[in-house]
Design a protein. Structure first.
Length: 289
């Protein structure tokens, strides 16, 4: 059991995030389920409590497509908690057409990478307070077709679904590696993973619903959300990985990334670019180190 340990899960109201929340609650964690929709969050919370037979779950609203929402959320978390033992950055979007966040970022880069980049940096001072802090970033094998489009990272001049998604998932891996480097002398590990093809509504467009038919056709071939969440839960809890950091996992094993994902100069450049995009303050935890 993990009594007294707190885990925060983004994208926790459905799919893998919900499955992860339930399993972490079963393991004795206090679970903070994070999502952008209050009504969906309330329903997911009731379901998670019933499935896990645990009362130690709560829902907190945060829209990763809004930097203001993230900052407000973090300020509430800091008033409520002295530490966070595990941060699971699970939320993700896949957009058929180009969409933008409240801050004008391309939606996939904005939510999948920049939102989690800001959230993680702002929560670091709580994570380092844990006896053994862990950060788990859910990426995808899609990072292998990704590049960082330095001249047009938000695809203003022309949008491509695969380039956009691939860039955001590559960013997850590069962020993991650079953060692991920055935290190497701390009691915090950070790892990333490919969950496999999971039956979630990720590919359903937020506005149009386009993609539902494809989703329905392919669902029988997908893993269940719980199967997809198994490596996430492993990285969040297993003693086998407590001293491993900066790695990419598939099926609970360290796996190869693309060549681009191993480019530490690119990882550094992405970090600097991301810091500017989200206006990461000079008083953030790492800037004080």
């Amino acid at each position: 059991m993990n009594e007294g340990e707190i885990v925060l899960v983004t994208g926790a109201t459905s799919g893998m995030g919900l499955a992860t929340s339930i399993e972490m609650a079963k393991k004795g964690f206090e679970v903070v389920m994070v999502g952008r929709n209050e009504e969906k969050g309330s329903n997911a919370l009731d379901y998670a409590k019933a499935e896990s037979q645990s009362k130690r779950l709560s829902f907190m609203q945060c829209d990763l497509a809004s930097m203001d929402s993230i900052r407000q959320f973090v300020s509430i978390v800091k008033k409520k908690y002295r530490k966070i033992d595990v941060l699971i950055n699970n939320a993700g979007v896949l957009c058929i057409r180009r969409e933008t966040t409240k801050d004008g970022f391309e939606m996939q880069m904005g939510v999948n990478h920049l939102g989690h980049f800001l959230l993680t940096n702002l929560l670091l001072e709580l994570i380092v307070n844990a006896k053994e802090g862990r950060i788990v970033n859910v990426s995808s094998g899609g990072h292998k077709w990704g590049d960082f489009y330095k001249n047009d990272p938000h695809f203003i001049s022309g949008y491509n679904l695969f380039k956009g998604y691939g860039q955001s998932k590559l960013a997850n891996v590069l962020f993991t590696k650079e953060l692991a480097k920055k935290l190497r002398n701390k009691n915090v590990t950070v790892n990333t993973l490919h969950p496999g093809a999971v039956a979630t509504s990720l590919g359903v467009n937020r506005q149009t619903g386009f993609g539902k038919l494809i989703y329905k056709m392919l669902s029988p071939f997908f893993q269940t959300p719980l199967e997809g969440a198994s490596t996430t839960i492993y990285l969040a809890t297993s003693p086998e990985v407590k001293s491993i950091s900066g790695e990419y996992f598939i099926n609970k094993k360290i796996a190869k990334t693309s060549k681009k994902a191993n480019d530490m100069d690119l990882a550094k450049h992405l970090w600097e670019w991301s810091s500017k995009e989200v206006s990461l303050d000079d008083d953030s935890y790492l800037s004080k180190q």
